[in-house]
Design a protein around this ligand. Structure first.
Ligand SMILES: *Cc1c(COP(=O)(O)O)cnc(C)c1O
Length: 460
């Protein structure tokens, strides 16, 4: 048999033309979003002031299995997709493992991550609806960058609320967003009522993703012809990100391969939900039984130590409530270098699948993640984003277990992006200044104390 290539790119005519909605094959759906005022399931029209119409529909629709990717979106995808499916021959050799390791690399675009896949779709639907302005939040900056690119392409004005610590630590992220004409404001800010309130209560705060979301939502609902968009967690985002998994599944089939284990890092769950989509489908429909593993930071352990409860998606408690694995909207993670994985909650879809036993989760410490990142960079030549390196850690650990048992498993993991804007983190690692923070039970309790006291949460 011919040797499997180091990198496999699909041709343009092999690329998926539809996204896949995993919910259509789930035996049980996640609990509905709740209107925080009435505690009743939220309806599509109630969400129209916040989200674009078509995206609202995608958020609620659990029945449509395949959704056509609009042609204009397909054309944009072709500027940076398909992304390659890579065989990590060099990593395998360096580990001395009998396992076969594959990774899907999403870092080949200016945003440096998979986030552009959903940004393009969301900006497209906004444009279709005649929306002229969008608002969003960004933590580490990848989502803000991706959305800036998409908005510049469609001629939509964009306000980005960037978590203040990242704004100060990553000036070049802001500079990239400015290339694409975005207005970038450090959050919390004095531009919104909620921002002013948070600043008054805690003047020195470096902000959080939860605060920035509150500001962006407030700005959207108080601005003419403006909507809010989010880069992870939501069902619509997982739908768009299914392109990652669909391409992977086609490529693996061409190679005559199928993963025994699929591994991804988990922040809000969008890349993981996208990567696993077709493989989880096989699992849910009994066609195959791959293991699915989420890897999260020990400093922000939503899956492994969180509660499966209704919670707000933001600190200011202005968003609908979602039932998900959460550390509480008031949880303030210790500063860690994987900024994109510092969200308090987790995708409701993945939360449900995890709760029902269809997937596993592990948490890993920051220094172990950077050991893996550097080892990977040296062997595979790609400098990974710290977020992505969580998945690398998971894949390496799996491959080392194979070395012990002699099993030649096929491992697939998601390499979500590159780490060129994270060199402060790499420098801290090399200077021996990186610390591992694992929150104590008491620290986590403080976050859990902020969970809403509603009947739905009784006994949790
Ligand atoms: C945002 C981000 C993540 C985490 O977000 P998910 O929604 O969990 O995928 C992972 N990797 C990179 C490079 C990111 O930018």
């Amino acid at each position: 048999m011919a040797k499997i290539p180091h990198r496999l790119y699909l041709t343009e005519d092999q690329m998926p033309t539809q996204w896949y909605n995993l919910r259509a094959d789930m035996p049980a759906q996640h609990d509905p979003l709740l209107n925080p005022g009435t505690l009743q399931p939220i309806t599509e029209p109630e969400l129209y002031p916040i989200f674009c119409k078509e995206l609202t529909h995608q958020e609620i629709d659990s029945a449509t299995r395949f959704v056509d990717i609009p042609e204009e979106v397909q054309e944009i995808y072709k500027m940076y997709r398909p992304s390659p499916l890579c065989r990590a021959y060099h990593l395998e050799k360096a580990l001395g493992t009998p396992a076969k390791i594959y990774y899907k690399f999403e870092g080949n675009n200016t945003s440096g991550s998979h986030k552009l896949n959903s940004a393009v779709a969301q900006a497209y639907y906004a444009k279709e609806q005649g929306i002229t302005k969008l608002t969003t939040e960004t933590g580490a900056g990848q989502w803000g960058t991706a959305l800036s690119e998409a908005c510049a392409y469609f001629g939509i004005d964009l306000d980005v609320f960037m978590v203040k610590v990242s704004y100060e630590q990553k000036p070049f992220r802001k500079a990239v967003m400015q290339v694409f004409d975005a207005n970038v404001t450090p959050s919390p800010s004095a531009l919104t009522e909620i921002g002013k309130k948070i600043l008054a209560e805690n003047p020195g705060t470096g902000g959080s993703l939860g605060c920035a979301i509150s500001e962006a939502v407030e700005r959207a609902v108080t601005t003419e012809n403006c909507r809010y968009v989010l880069g992870s967690v939501l069902n619509q985002v997982l739908l768009h990100q299914s392109i990652i998994g669909l391409e992977s599944a086609i490529a693996m089939e061409q190679l005559g391969e199928y993963p025994d284990v699929v591994i991804g890092c988990a922040g809000g769950g969008s890349n993981l939900g996208g990567l696993i989509a077709p493989f989880m489908r096989d699992k849910l429909t009994g066609k195959a039984n791959p293991r699915i593993v989420a890897v999260e930071p020990a400093s922000c352990p939503s899956f492994t130590r969180g509660k499966y409860a209704y919670d707000f998606c933001d600190t200011g408690k202005v968003t609908p409530m979602a039932r998900m694995y959460t550390l509480g909207s008031g949880f303030m993670p210790a500063p860690n270098h994987a900024g994109g994985l510092r969200y308090h909650g987790m995708s409701p879809i993945l939360s449900k699948l995890y709760h029902d036993g269809y997937m596993e989760a592990v948490s890993v410490k920051q220094t172990d993640v950077f050991d893996a990142a550097v080892f990977f960079a040296k062997n595979e030549t790609i400098l990974p984003a710290p977020e992505s390196a969580h998945a690398i850690r998971g894949a390496i650990d799996e491959a080392l277990r194979c070395k012990e048992t002699g099993e030649a498993k096929t491992i697939l993991f998601g390499l979500t992006g590159t780490g060129y804007f994270d060199m402060t983190a790499y420098a801290a690692y090399h200077d021996g200044k990186m610390v591992d923070h694992v929150p104590s039970d008491e620290e986590l309790q403080k976050g859990f104390d902020t969970l809403p006291h509603i009947p739905q949460n009784e006994g949790i």
